[in-house]
Design a protein around this ligand. Structure first.
Ligand code: ADP
Ligand code: MG
Length: 644
């Protein structure tokens, strides 16, 4: 028996009580007699529920593309073509050569909760397909204009369905190759709130490129193309994972990847992880998949980062393409509509297996070849010996990467000494944490200078990280890293305010391989970046060429710095301007311009730093807000030594 409630039809259940029970979509409704208990509540018409679901599933063009490619892959396609116009805002078209749909299925596919992928409750326990919720197509169709054309290979003709704002407008036969082609036009035309949140076409294109890249990495056996406003962004043939990675992250980067192959029957971890020298400032190049599905899962990310602990700097992330395969019953992917998060039945087992698989590779990889092996296997991959060894190896590789951080003295950097002028370590190995006094042993007067810092009497350096000076009766301790960072920051700012930051052409221009969204950011801020001294030009595909950098950072690693700057800029909303983050960018550049950690200085270099501190508008803290100098008064010292 059928009843009607609002616009929705309800299935009436016979009941011995004066209450009527109705059921819809698995929900029970209790209605007293023939009257509804409350007239304020009504069941939403499907067209609205689809729009609500769209809010969760369809965030931007890239999320539509993710859903549609997943459908193509579930339909066993071996080739997927993605086409967008205006970042997908005007048009998205996905064409595949999968198994297609019959006319009946094509119409059903647009209904909410219509899926061919699960049939019963128990199927939810063991999902093997990417989709299963039956929400994507109706959600997308509810907020856009959709043309779905599909043909099964054994059917001579295909079916074309036109849907507008969730309403089917036309259904007819059409001629086409077997497979499915779905065009989505004017996304969010009927949801103005969402429309407002869309970013520039460039930014949306970047997100689309990133999504296609993730899908392409997940299935090297499938060919993909991606075209934006007629321009080809990506074209990859069917191949293996190694070649696919080289195509999407760039050949240079892919040469620094190492194979992970830890296959057990219940839980396997395979793929590639990067050497410590290949890092990013964000997680954008961490491609992690659970049972073939791209995830941004905290457990997985944590396990990987644990393996790299002590190997890469904090705030840096490796490049990885890791595939975790486990029995479907061991993982719940039905946690969020976008399915980016998952829940593991045995979280710690999965975590430890991933960590171990990555650590095993890091431990065995070529950059450690000359290092001694751990004394005993019981030290294990998580043991102290491993940590120290990895850290030492990482330090060695970082030291190599940092070598240019000691440029010949140019007069622009505050105190970076040249290789030759760097004092050689004391022959009999004075402890690093001893106070080192100038060669003569006499305190050095930095000469008559007008400012406070120049007037200090230099005592020496402590731990090759701090400068000790005397000011009248007091002891002044200066953090040399914070001080030189502050000087560099001030110089940049002054140069910028004075018209332009001094730029230096690179003798050997460097290429940098970026993700699609990084390319979009670099394009958007091209002119601004050149005003702060960076000249970046397209070099084909997602590669840019760096031809000039601010003079202050010449000789330092420009690739890391540019990646960091692009990451900073990508946080910027559409409404905010470059000026809003300028200070942050200057302090980022300043940070890259100085030598971190232990760094012996000659007295004349200390004197030069002190002079530069006076020359700039010097505040008492570094651009990050850390203090630069600290005064210990004689009175305080006397108190410590109980002289008072
Ligand atoms: P789900 O993927 O969760 O099942 P969707 O709304 O994305 O839900 O798709 C609904 C159904 O439409 C799918 O279960 C599938 O049967 C069919 N379908 C969607 N896209 C394609 C495609 N490209 N090729 C073949 N069938 C498709
Ligand atoms: Mg789907």
């Amino acid at each position: 028996m059928q009843g009607t409630h609002g616009n929705a039809s309800l299935e009436k259940i016979n009941s011995p009580f004066p209450l009527n029970l109705f059921r819809k979509n698995g929900l029970w409704f209790l209605i007293h007699g023939d009257q509804t208990v409350s007239q304020r509540i009504s069941i939403l018409p499907e067209i609205i529920t689809n729009k609500i679901a769209a809010g969760e599933v369809v965030e931007r063009p890239a999320s539509v593309i993710k859903e549609l490619i997943e459908n193509s892959l579930d339909a066993a396609a071996t080739s997927v073509d993605v086409e967008i116009a205006s970042g997908g805002k005007r048009l998205i078209r996905i064409t595949d050569n999968g198994h297609g749909m019959s006319r009946e299925d094509a119409l059903l596919s647009l209904e909410r909760h219509a899926t061919s992928k699960i049939k019963s409750d128990s199927d939810l326990e063991g999902i093997l397909t990417l989709g299963f919720r039956g929400e994507a197509l109706p959600s997308i169709a509810s907020v856009s204009r959709v043309r779905l054309a599909t043909r099964e290979s054994d059917n001579p003709e295909g079916t074309e369905v036109i849907v507008e704002g969730g309403k089917v407008r036309d259904v007819k036969a059409c001629g086409m190759a077997p497979g499915t082609s779905i065009s989505v036009e004017q996304i969010f035309f009927n949801t103005p709130a969402r429309l407002k949140f869309m970013k520039s076409a460039e930014t949306e294109t970047g997100h689309v490129g990133d999504v296609v890249t993730r899908m392409a990495v997940s299935r090297p056996d499938v060919a993909f193309t991606c075209t934006s406003d007629g321009r080809e962004l990506l074209r990859v043939q069917r191949s293996d994972l190694q070649r696919r990675l080289a195509q999407v992250i760039g050949k240079n980067s892919s040469e620094q990847l190492y194979r992970v192959d830890n296959c057990a029957t219940q839980l396997s971890v395979s793929g590639y992880v990067s050497a410590p020298s290949l890092v990013r400032s964000g997680m954008q190049a961490m491609f992690t998949y659970i049972n073939g599905r791209f995830v941004r899962d905290k457990v997985v990310q944590h396990a990987i980062m644990q393996a790299y602990r002590g190997v890469i700097d904090r705030g840096r992330y490796p490049v990885v393409a890791l595939f975790i395969q486990l029995p479907a019953g061991e993982v719940d992917v039905n946690v969020h509509p976008t399915k980016h998060e998952v829940r593991f039945r045995q979280q710690s087992v999965v975590h430890d297996a991933i960590q171990k698989a990555v650590e095993d590779v890091l431990r065995e990889s070529p950059w450690l070849e000359n290092k001694p092996r751990p004394p005993h296997p019981s030290t294990g991959p998580t043991g102290q010996a491993y940590r120290e060894r990895i850290a030492a190896a990482a330090q060695a590789s970082l030291d190599m990467a940092r070598r240019p951080l000691y440029p010949p003295q140019t007069g622009t950097t505050a105190f970076a000494p040249s290789e030759e002028s760097r004092p050689s370590p004391p022959a009999h190995g004075a402890p690093a944490d001893a106070v080192s006094v100038r060669e003569s042993g006499e305190p050095f007067q930095s000469g008559p200078g007008p400012g406070y810092f120049s007037s200090l009497t230099i005592i020496g350096q402590f731990h090759a990280e701090y400068i000790l000076c005397q000011s009248g009766p007091d002891l002044v301790i200066i953090d040399q890293h914070a001080a030189s960072e502050r000087v560099a920051y001030q110089r940049l700012k002054l140069q910028y305010l004075g018209g332009a930051v001094e730029s230096q052409c690179l003798l050997f221009p460097e290429t940098i391989e970026l993700s699609f969204s990084e390319v979009a950011v670099a394009g958007r801020f091209h002119d601004d970046l050149s005003r702060i001294g960076f000249v970046l030009e397209p070099f084909g595909g997602n590669t840019l060429i760096i031809t000039a950098v601010p003079r202050l950072v010449a000789g330092h690693d420009p690739i890391r710095l540019i990646r960091d700057l692009l990451a900073d800029l990508s946080q910027l909303g559409t409404s905010s301007a470059f000026q809003d983050v300028l200070d942050g960018l200057f302090s980022r550049i300043a940070c890259h311009s100085v030598v971190r950690g232990v760094h012996p200085l000659e007295t004349r270099q200390i004197a030069e730093l002190l002079r530069s501190m006076d020359e700039t508008d010097f505040a008492a803290s570094c651009p990050h807000g850390r203090p630069v100098s600290h005064v210990v008064t004689l009175a305080e010292l006397e108190k410590i030594f109980k002289r008072t």
